[in-house]
Design a protein around this ligand. Structure first.
Ligand code: SF4
Ligand code: SF3
Length: 548
């Protein structure tokens, strides 16, 4: 068996992982994820036919969202869980086919994903090579289909979080289905796929808006907050990932138990929400971006809850303290089951575990400031506009996105350090950890790093940009004094990028390397139509992006 995966920025040699994922994904898990995606495509085809006959299955939409999320980089490494999910998918697809047959509706599409039968891990591993990425021969079609798939994976993650809070958008679900169907179409042209990629961006904006609404209506608007990065002397749980519903229920269930709660990596922005800040035992944030977890989980001492990506395969020394829930999973780690209708998830096992652990070891002290989501920034709009008009702020630099392991990501720390004092960084996502602890100061009380939140809160940055465009009376969003130097790693960054393109943003610099899944022709389309560029050296890029 030989895997092939090139969906993230750390794809081996900048081409693709073929023996084992740099992320730690085994060839077996990679193959099973391919089959899960393949089965989801079969469901998409059948459910599209059902939708055309007013018989669309909600369970099918939900399945596709879950499955896409499970295959995101660093979300789920649990082979058995993926096998079970594939079997569920096949059963769901066949039940839907039977319902259609009962109504005399025949599925005429002959795509293998619609008829594939398999029943065991062995079967799934056998079919995998024939249905993987490299089964698409034309490299441009393959590139566009994968770009679309990764955009939809990012959408699925955000749709799932919104769903968990009771927010759904049928158009978004239908688009994901349409995109999956398109990836099985052997006749589709490159132009048609480009059209779908752009439509994906528009749906990306919509799903991020939906999640923004879900988060803010459920937990209030994020507000400027100083987040403690030191520790207290109580046993504690560290919560990572992006799911705020899990955050809410964990805080409720730990309240009064003597167990503290800290956020890790992408959960840091939970500290900015009024509904969470009120808990006395919610201490602050511990550590940095996802890829530093091996050292940080060691010293944390207590159990860690992953609500989503990014998991690094855990060392044996702390593996028994790692819990997963939702789309995340890791072989041998305890998985906390989904909530059943009207009930909370049961976090009692992790809470009891925490009580037996020592308090975290302090690895740093002080505070970091965040909470500059759109509502908060718009309250400061007058101040910001005055600072721009008066020349105190010359440029905003959007440095949102992801962090990752590669040494060349030091570029982003150096870039932030070297920016002139009259620039302000707008950020979201775990990319922020490259510069959010630097002493960059403020401009007339406006911090020089404005953190809007998680990667999905890049939506907030777009809302802020659109508001500034209105205030300054500009016709084109690209006339604002905003430049984009975005770092990417996994597929949520792909949807954020496509969303920005759909809002008309041009000349985005993307690093630290361009995606391996862009064929030269597809990369050219992005360069020619949107001015997408890579990064070079800090000196050169400051010159071209800021000083020019
Ligand atoms: Fe490699 Fe990234 Fe795929 Fe993991 S997700 S196998 S690191 S390309
Ligand atoms: Fe980070 Fe994984 Fe992308 Fe949500 S946690 S931004 S990398």
């Amino acid at each position: 068996m030989s895997m092939f995966c090139y969906q993230c920025q750390e794809a081996a040699k900048g081409e693709g992982c073929t023996i084992k994922g740099v992320c730690g994904k085994t060839d077996e898990v990679a193959a099973l994820q391919d089959v899960l995606l393949f089965v989801s495509k079969g469901i998409a085809n059948v459910n599209q036919l059902a939708a055309e006959n007013d018989m669309a299955s909600k369970a099918a939409y939900k399945f596709m969202v879950d499955a896409l999320f499970i295959t995101i980089t660093n979300a789920n490494f649990d082979a058995n869980k993926i096998v079970a999910k594939i079997k569920d998918g096949i059963a769901l697809r066949d039940a839907l086919k039977a319902e259609l047959a009962d109504k005399g509706i025949e599925v005429t599409n002959t795509d293998h994903s619609i008829s594939y039968k398999g029943d065991s891990m062995e079967d799934f591993l056998k079919v995998a090579p024939a249905i993987g990425i490299l089964s698409i021969e034309n490299e441009d079609i393959r590139s566009l289909k994968e770009l679309l798939t990764y955009g939809v994976k990012g959408m699925a993650a955000y749709a799932e979080h919104a769903f968990n809070l009771g927010y759904e958008n049928n158009d978004v679900a239908e688009f994901m289905q349409k995109a999956l169907v398109a990836t099985t179409n052997k006749e589709i042209t490159a132009d048609e796929l480009v059209g779908l990629v752009l439509e994906c961006g528009k749906n990306g904006v919509d799903v991020m808006a939906l999640l923004d609404k879900a988060n803010t209506e459920s937990y209030g608007n994020p507000e400027i907050t100083s987040v403690n990065i030191g520790v207290r002397n109580n046993p504690a749980i560290l919560i990572s990932g992006h799911d705020l519903k899990d955050m809410e229920e964990l805080l409720k269930q730990t309240d009064g138990t003597g167990v503290d709660v800290y956020t890790h990596s992408e959960m840091l922005p939970a500290n900015y929400y009024p509904a969470f800040k009120k808990y006395e035992h919610f201490v602050g944030n511990y550590g940095n971006a996802w890829w530093k977890q091996k050292e940080e989980f060691e010293t944390f001492n207590g159990p860690i809850l992953f609500t989503t990506n990014c998991i690094v395969p855990p060392a044996d020394s702390y593996k028994n303290r790692v819990y997963t829930t939702g789309a995340s999973g890791f072989d041998g780690c305890t998985h906390i089951a989904d909530r059943t209708e009207g009930k909370q998830k049961d976090f009692s096992a992790i809470i009891e575990h925490a009580k037996k652990c020592a308090a975290p070891i302090e690895i740093e002290t002080g505070e970091i400031i965040g909470g500059f989501a759109h509502n908060q920034v718009l309250q400061l709009a007058d101040k910001v506009v005055d600072a721009v008009k008066g020349g105190a702020i010359k440029k905003f630099v959007v440095m949102a996105g992801c962090d990752g392991r590669m040494n060349n990501r030091n570029y982003y720390t150096d870039f932030a350090n070297e920016l002139p004092d009259d620039t302000v960084i707008l950020t979201a996502g775990c990319a922020k950890y490259r510069y959010n602890k630097l002493p960059l100061g403020d401009i007339g009380g406006i911090p020089r790093v404005l953190d809007a939140g998680q990667c999905n809160d890049s939506y907030s940055l777009a809302v802020t940009a659109l508001k500034l465009q209105e205030v300054f009376g500009l016709d084109d969003i690209n006339d604002l004094p905003i430049v984009y130097n975005i770092a990417w790693y996994e597929q949520k960054a792909v949807i954020v990028l496509l969303a920005l393109l759909s809002l008309g943003v041009k000349n985005i610099n993307l690093g630290p390397t361009l995606p391996a899944f862009l064929s030269p022709n597809v990369a050219n389309i992005l360069i020619e139509n949107f001015g997408i560029g890579g990064i070079t050296t800090v000196e050169e890029d400051i010159k071209s992006m800021i000083l020019s």
